[in-house]
Design a protein around this ligand. Structure first.
Ligand code: KG4
Ligand code: ZN
Length: 399
């Protein structure tokens, strides 16, 4: 069924505080972002080499009121104009989530407006749909197949309406595939580190892979025998079907790259030289000529072959899932969705099959609240509101 958007739909304030970004946005009808404000704590946590939960909560507390006020101001609306307040319920850091949830609950109660709880991963899917709805292109239709691929996730979801009801039905997500070990972005980061490249590894491998031969080193993905998590015995496919698994595994290719470097000792000198160069110039850009000259042809071929294999695997599993479940379109989100080879090959395959496909713009690919307000829209239409006792669910799953 067609997913129609109306730009005079409900006005929803979204609030996001699951990790190190305090964000608020006002979105109309799930399609029109009137504002999208993000206060990032990245520089604060960079001193510690990762997100410090206590510091994150304290920063959210400091930021949430001014960020919400700015979101309303930029949208040119007042609290009274809002139809609902949406907030990230999980997954994320417990203390950080609680700041947004407590504030959203107080606001909803004080204003007498409904509160809507949103799964952060569902938000990432709707970041793409928000832009697809707002653009003049063909609307995306349910069921949709979503690939969420980042440093922490490699998941396939089928997004569909709950049985039987069309427009006013809330969306339902089915997790039809997931990584059984590393996430794809994690494999990029680990392989980049192994080869003496910078962090995060994705942009480095993306830039350098263009200079190598993707067929130089044949990497293979063995079929996955997924086991049921609760019993650890019976072979399982994530979809519950008897056919080939739609799950992913990226630890094997990471080990294969390691083994390749061990059996090709001539690569060691280059790896050490790149590590030295990056220590001396931490600001070196992946796409710079200098970064390219730090790599010999054999290393570039290895990088290109690794990426070609990873993207090929993501592509095969995603399109196999789309076909198996009769998806009417594909949505790709998460940090790895920025990869240029992935975008090119996914677009080409989708065109070949006549399937609409959508990726997020850079502004909406990182954590933001516009995606939370957009994901809340079908819930608002369906009257799916959160109870006043809503709490944080740090391990919340989707589907
Ligand atoms: O979604 P994200 O920003 O953060 C979380 O993981 O939550 O994703 C970061 C991941 C990192 O592993 C990074 O190496 C990868 O996305 N990444 C890329 C590219 N840009 C970022 N991977 C491949 N190609 C890229 N161009
Ligand atoms: Zn996120």
């Amino acid at each position: 069924m067609q997913y129609v958007h109306t730009i005079d739909g409900p006005l929803i304030l979204g609030i996001e505080s699951s990790c190190d970004e305090t964000a608020a946005a006002v979105v109309r009808g799930g399609a029109q972002a009137l504002s999208n404000v993000v206060a990032s704590q990245m520089s604060l946590h960079a001193n510690y080499g990762g997100v410090v939960p206590e510091l994150a909560s304290r920063e959210h507390l400091r930021n949430v009121v001014p960020v919400v006020r700015e979101a309303l101001g930029r949208a040119g609306v007042s609290f009274a104009d809002l139809d609902a307040i949406a907030v990230t319920e999980g997954p994320g850091l417990a203390g950080a989530l609680l700041v947004g949830i407590t504030y959203a609950k107080a606001l909803a109660f004080a204003l007498g407006k409904p509160l809507i709880a949103v799964n952060h991963l569902e938000g990432h899917i709707h970041a793409v749909l928000l832009e697809a709805r707002a653009s003049a292109g063909a609307p995306m239709q349910l069921p949709l197949l979503a690939l969420v691929v980042s440093g922490g996730h490699t998941h396939l979801y089928l997004a569909e309406h709950t049985a039987g009801e069309a427009g006013a039905a809330p969306w339902r997500y089915r997790n039809v595939g997931r990584t059984v070990d590393d996430a794809a972005g994690e494999a990029y980061d680990k392989v980049a580190k192994l080869l003496g490249l910078g962090y995060p590894g994705g942009p480095w491998i993306d830039a350098l892979a263009r200079l190598g031969n993707p067929r130089a080193v044949p990497f293979h993905f063995a079929p996955i025998r997924t086991r049921d998590a609760s019993h650890g015995k019976a072979p399982r496919t994530a979809a519950g079907a008897s056919s080939t698994s739609l799950d992913f595994s990226f630890s094997g290719i990471k080990t294969a790259v390691l083994r390749y470097t061990q059996t090709h000792p001539e690569l060691a000198e280059g790896i050490a030289a790149r590590r030295r160069a990056l220590t001396a110039q931490p600001g070196l850009k992946p796409a710079s000529d200098e970064a390219a000259t730090l790599c010999d042809a054999q290393t570039l071929d290895l990088i290109a072959s690794f990426q070609h294999a990873v993207v090929g695997n993501l592509l095969r599993q995603t399109f196999a899932a789309a076909e198996r479940f009769g998806a009417h379109g594909i949505v790709v989100s998460g940090g790895v969705a920025a990869n240029s080879e992935l975008r090119r090959r996914f677009h080409a395959e989708a065109d070949r099959r006549g399937l609409p496909i959508a990726f997020p713009s850079l502004a909406l690919s990182t954590d933001n609240a516009a995606m939370i307000a957009a994901a809340a829209w079908p819930k608002f239409v369906a009257g799916e509101f959160a109870p006043p006792a809503l709490g944080a669910t740090p391990q919340l799953r989707l589907g």
